[in-house]
Design a protein around this ligand. Structure first.
Ligand code: SF4
Length: 240
Protein backbone atom coordinates (compact mmCIF):
# COMPACT_ATOMS: atom_id res chain seq x y z
CA UNK A 1 0.00 0.00 0.00
CA UNK A 2 2.98 2.27 0.71
CA UNK A 3 3.59 3.11 -2.94
CA UNK A 4 0.09 4.56 -3.36
CA UNK A 5 0.60 7.42 -0.93
CA UNK A 6 2.85 10.40 -1.45
CA UNK A 7 4.47 11.88 1.61
CA UNK A 8 3.81 15.60 1.44
CA UNK A 9 2.13 18.06 3.72
CA UNK A 10 -0.71 20.27 2.56
CA UNK A 11 -2.86 22.78 4.40
CA UNK A 12 -5.56 20.25 5.20
CA UNK A 13 -4.32 16.74 4.61
CA UNK A 14 -1.28 14.83 5.72
CA UNK A 15 -0.75 12.00 3.29
CA UNK A 16 0.34 9.65 6.05
CA UNK A 17 -3.08 10.21 7.62
CA UNK A 18 -4.87 9.42 4.37
CA UNK A 19 -2.89 6.20 4.25
CA UNK A 20 -3.89 5.38 7.82
CA UNK A 21 -7.53 6.23 7.14
CA UNK A 22 -7.61 3.99 4.08
CA UNK A 23 -5.87 1.13 5.88
CA UNK A 24 -8.32 1.24 8.79
CA UNK A 25 -11.37 1.47 6.55
CA UNK A 26 -10.27 -1.34 4.28
CA UNK A 27 -9.49 -3.52 7.28
CA UNK A 28 -13.07 -3.03 8.50
CA UNK A 29 -15.05 -3.06 5.26
CA UNK A 30 -12.81 -5.10 2.97
CA UNK A 31 -12.51 -4.24 -0.72
CA UNK A 32 -15.74 -2.60 -1.87
CA UNK A 33 -16.80 -3.23 -5.42
CA UNK A 34 -18.35 0.02 -6.62
CA UNK A 35 -20.24 1.64 -8.39
CA UNK A 36 -23.38 -0.42 -8.96
CA UNK A 37 -24.33 -0.64 -12.63
CA UNK A 38 -24.25 -3.21 -15.43
CA UNK A 39 -22.87 -0.75 -17.99
CA UNK A 40 -21.07 2.59 -18.26
CA UNK A 41 -24.28 4.18 -19.48
CA UNK A 42 -26.19 2.86 -16.47
CA UNK A 43 -23.52 4.43 -14.25
CA UNK A 44 -24.05 7.80 -15.94
CA UNK A 45 -27.82 7.54 -15.56
CA UNK A 46 -27.45 6.52 -11.90
CA UNK A 47 -25.07 9.42 -11.21
CA UNK A 48 -27.61 11.89 -12.61
CA UNK A 49 -30.62 10.37 -10.88
CA UNK A 50 -28.96 9.99 -7.47
CA UNK A 51 -28.83 13.72 -6.86
CA UNK A 52 -30.93 14.61 -3.79
CA UNK A 53 -32.30 11.12 -3.31
CA UNK A 54 -31.36 7.73 -1.88
CA UNK A 55 -29.77 4.98 -3.94
CA UNK A 56 -32.78 2.77 -3.28
CA UNK A 57 -34.96 5.22 -5.23
CA UNK A 58 -32.43 5.36 -8.05
CA UNK A 59 -32.53 1.57 -8.30
CA UNK A 60 -36.31 1.67 -8.76
CA UNK A 61 -36.04 4.29 -11.52
CA UNK A 62 -33.25 2.37 -13.28
CA UNK A 63 -35.31 -0.84 -13.01
CA UNK A 64 -38.22 0.97 -14.69
CA UNK A 65 -35.94 2.08 -17.53
CA UNK A 66 -34.61 -1.46 -17.93
CA UNK A 67 -38.05 -3.08 -17.86
CA UNK A 68 -39.22 -0.65 -20.54
CA UNK A 69 -36.06 -1.35 -22.60
CA UNK A 70 -35.27 2.35 -22.35
CA UNK A 71 -31.82 2.23 -20.77
CA UNK A 72 -30.24 3.36 -24.01
CA UNK A 73 -28.80 6.76 -24.90
CA UNK A 74 -30.58 7.05 -28.27
CA UNK A 75 -33.91 5.90 -26.88
CA UNK A 76 -33.75 8.37 -23.99
CA UNK A 77 -32.76 11.23 -26.31
CA UNK A 78 -35.80 10.51 -28.51
CA UNK A 79 -38.19 9.57 -25.73
CA UNK A 80 -41.46 11.36 -25.08
CA UNK A 81 -40.76 13.49 -22.02
CA UNK A 82 -43.98 12.53 -20.19
CA UNK A 83 -43.11 8.86 -20.56
CA UNK A 84 -39.54 9.45 -19.35
CA UNK A 85 -40.85 11.37 -16.34
CA UNK A 86 -43.08 8.43 -15.52
CA UNK A 87 -40.14 6.01 -15.67
CA UNK A 88 -37.78 8.06 -13.49
CA UNK A 89 -40.54 9.10 -11.08
CA UNK A 90 -39.19 7.01 -8.12
CA UNK A 91 -35.93 9.02 -8.15
CA UNK A 92 -37.75 12.21 -7.08
CA UNK A 93 -37.59 15.63 -8.80
CA UNK A 94 -38.69 13.52 -11.74
CA UNK A 95 -39.78 16.36 -14.03
CA UNK A 96 -36.44 18.11 -13.80
CA UNK A 97 -34.39 14.90 -13.84
CA UNK A 98 -36.16 13.57 -16.94
CA UNK A 99 -35.56 16.84 -18.80
CA UNK A 100 -31.88 16.91 -17.78
CA UNK A 101 -31.34 13.27 -18.66
CA UNK A 102 -32.87 13.71 -22.10
CA UNK A 103 -30.87 16.91 -22.73
CA UNK A 104 -27.61 15.27 -21.65
CA UNK A 105 -28.19 12.20 -23.84
CA UNK A 106 -29.06 14.41 -26.83
CA UNK A 107 -25.97 16.59 -26.29
CA UNK A 108 -23.66 13.56 -26.11
CA UNK A 109 -25.09 12.13 -29.34
CA UNK A 110 -24.99 15.48 -31.14
CA UNK A 111 -21.52 16.61 -30.03
CA UNK A 112 -19.67 13.30 -29.78
CA UNK A 113 -21.55 10.96 -32.05
CA UNK A 114 -22.07 8.41 -29.31
CA UNK A 115 -21.38 7.52 -25.71
CA UNK A 116 -18.12 5.62 -26.31
CA UNK A 117 -16.52 8.61 -28.06
CA UNK A 118 -17.64 10.83 -25.22
CA UNK A 119 -16.14 8.59 -22.54
CA UNK A 120 -12.87 8.32 -24.45
CA UNK A 121 -12.13 12.03 -23.91
CA UNK A 122 -9.28 12.69 -21.51
CA UNK A 123 -10.31 13.47 -17.93
CA UNK A 124 -9.87 17.25 -18.28
CA UNK A 125 -11.97 17.57 -21.45
CA UNK A 126 -14.55 15.11 -20.18
CA UNK A 127 -14.93 17.12 -16.98
CA UNK A 128 -15.26 20.40 -18.88
CA UNK A 129 -17.87 18.89 -21.14
CA UNK A 130 -19.85 17.38 -18.26
CA UNK A 131 -19.75 20.62 -16.27
CA UNK A 132 -21.08 22.53 -19.28
CA UNK A 133 -24.25 20.40 -19.17
CA UNK A 134 -27.17 21.62 -17.08
CA UNK A 135 -27.75 19.49 -14.00
CA UNK A 136 -24.21 18.15 -13.66
CA UNK A 137 -22.09 19.51 -10.84
CA UNK A 138 -18.54 18.64 -9.86
CA UNK A 139 -19.35 15.60 -7.73
CA UNK A 140 -21.59 14.09 -10.40
CA UNK A 141 -19.06 14.84 -13.14
CA UNK A 142 -16.23 13.24 -11.18
CA UNK A 143 -18.35 10.18 -10.34
CA UNK A 144 -18.97 9.69 -14.07
CA UNK A 145 -15.29 10.22 -14.91
CA UNK A 146 -14.14 7.78 -12.22
CA UNK A 147 -16.70 5.01 -12.52
CA UNK A 148 -18.00 5.21 -16.10
CA UNK A 149 -14.91 6.37 -18.00
CA UNK A 150 -12.40 4.70 -15.67
CA UNK A 151 -10.07 7.65 -15.06
CA UNK A 152 -8.69 8.38 -11.59
CA UNK A 153 -10.19 11.53 -10.08
CA UNK A 154 -11.07 11.73 -6.40
CA UNK A 155 -14.80 12.23 -5.84
CA UNK A 156 -15.35 14.74 -3.05
CA UNK A 157 -18.75 14.23 -1.49
CA UNK A 158 -20.53 15.33 1.67
CA UNK A 159 -19.31 12.21 3.50
CA UNK A 160 -15.68 13.04 2.68
CA UNK A 161 -16.08 16.57 3.99
CA UNK A 162 -17.82 15.42 7.15
CA UNK A 163 -15.40 12.59 7.93
CA UNK A 164 -12.19 14.54 7.28
CA UNK A 165 -13.63 17.56 9.09
CA UNK A 166 -14.20 15.43 12.16
CA UNK A 167 -10.97 13.43 11.92
CA UNK A 168 -8.96 16.69 11.87
CA UNK A 169 -11.48 18.52 14.06
CA UNK A 170 -11.81 21.28 11.49
CA UNK A 171 -15.43 20.79 10.56
CA UNK A 172 -16.07 24.35 9.49
CA UNK A 173 -12.96 24.47 7.32
CA UNK A 174 -13.91 21.24 5.55
CA UNK A 175 -17.48 22.43 5.07
CA UNK A 176 -16.32 25.63 3.45
CA UNK A 177 -13.27 24.67 1.42
CA UNK A 178 -13.95 24.76 -2.33
CA UNK A 179 -14.51 21.46 -4.11
CA UNK A 180 -11.53 21.76 -6.46
CA UNK A 181 -9.20 22.89 -3.68
CA UNK A 182 -10.09 19.96 -1.44
CA UNK A 183 -9.85 17.52 -4.32
CA UNK A 184 -6.40 18.84 -5.24
CA UNK A 185 -5.29 18.56 -1.64
CA UNK A 186 -6.46 14.95 -1.33
CA UNK A 187 -5.06 13.96 -4.73
CA UNK A 188 -1.68 15.46 -3.85
CA UNK A 189 -1.36 12.80 -1.17
CA UNK A 190 -2.55 9.78 -3.14
CA UNK A 191 -1.05 8.41 -6.31
CA UNK A 192 -3.36 8.35 -9.30
CA UNK A 193 -4.54 4.77 -9.25
CA UNK A 194 -7.99 3.93 -10.55
CA UNK A 195 -8.67 1.00 -8.22
CA UNK A 196 -7.51 2.94 -5.18
CA UNK A 197 -9.56 6.04 -6.01
CA UNK A 198 -12.68 3.96 -6.55
CA UNK A 199 -12.21 1.96 -3.38
CA UNK A 200 -11.25 4.96 -1.24
CA UNK A 201 -14.41 6.80 -2.26
CA UNK A 202 -16.51 3.70 -1.61
CA UNK A 203 -14.91 3.28 1.84
CA UNK A 204 -15.73 6.89 2.77
CA UNK A 205 -19.35 6.44 1.69
CA UNK A 206 -19.61 3.22 3.70
CA UNK A 207 -18.20 4.91 6.80
CA UNK A 208 -20.51 7.89 6.34
CA UNK A 209 -23.54 5.62 6.08
CA UNK A 210 -22.65 3.21 8.87
CA UNK A 211 -20.85 5.32 11.47
CA UNK A 212 -20.13 8.95 10.64
CA UNK A 213 -23.78 9.95 10.55
CA UNK A 214 -25.05 13.40 11.46
CA UNK A 215 -24.98 12.05 15.00
CA UNK A 216 -21.81 9.95 14.80
CA UNK A 217 -21.54 6.43 16.18
CA UNK A 218 -17.93 6.69 17.31
CA UNK A 219 -17.80 3.76 19.72
CA UNK A 220 -17.42 1.12 17.02
CA UNK A 221 -16.07 3.33 14.22
CA UNK A 222 -12.83 2.03 12.68
CA UNK A 223 -11.37 5.56 12.80
CA UNK A 224 -12.10 6.27 16.46
CA UNK A 225 -8.46 5.79 17.43
CA UNK A 226 -7.21 8.56 15.11
CA UNK A 227 -10.25 10.84 14.92
CA UNK A 228 -9.80 14.09 16.84
CA UNK A 229 -13.57 14.57 17.12
CA UNK A 230 -13.93 11.21 18.84
CA UNK A 231 -10.84 11.68 20.98
CA UNK A 232 -12.10 15.08 22.10
CA UNK A 233 -15.73 14.13 22.67
CA UNK A 234 -15.54 10.52 23.76
CA UNK A 235 -12.13 10.33 25.37
CA UNK A 236 -11.03 7.58 22.97
CA UNK A 237 -7.25 7.59 22.84
CA UNK A 238 -5.22 7.42 19.66
CA UNK A 239 -4.13 3.94 18.73
CA UNK A 240 -0.41 3.27 18.68
S1 SF4 B 1 -14.82 8.35 15.15
FE1 SF4 B 1 -16.86 9.27 15.11
S2 SF4 B 1 -16.58 11.33 14.27
FE2 SF4 B 1 -14.71 10.17 13.85
S3 SF4 B 1 -15.00 9.37 11.80
FE3 SF4 B 1 -15.73 7.81 13.21
S4 SF4 B 1 -17.93 8.18 13.48
FE4 SF4 B 1 -17.01 10.01 12.53
Amino acid sequence: MEEYFIVSKGDFILSKDMKTIYRLLKKRFGFLNWWPGDSDFEILVGAILTQQTSWKNVEKAVANLKDAHMLDISKISECDIDYLQQLVHPAGFYRQKAIRLKEICSAIIKDYDGFENFLSLDAKNLRESLLSMKGIGRETADSIILYASGKPVFVVDAYTRRILGRVYRQEEAYRNIGYDELQKEIESGIKKDLGLYKDFHAQMVQLGKDYCLKKPLCTNCPLNGICLYSIHNNGVHPSK
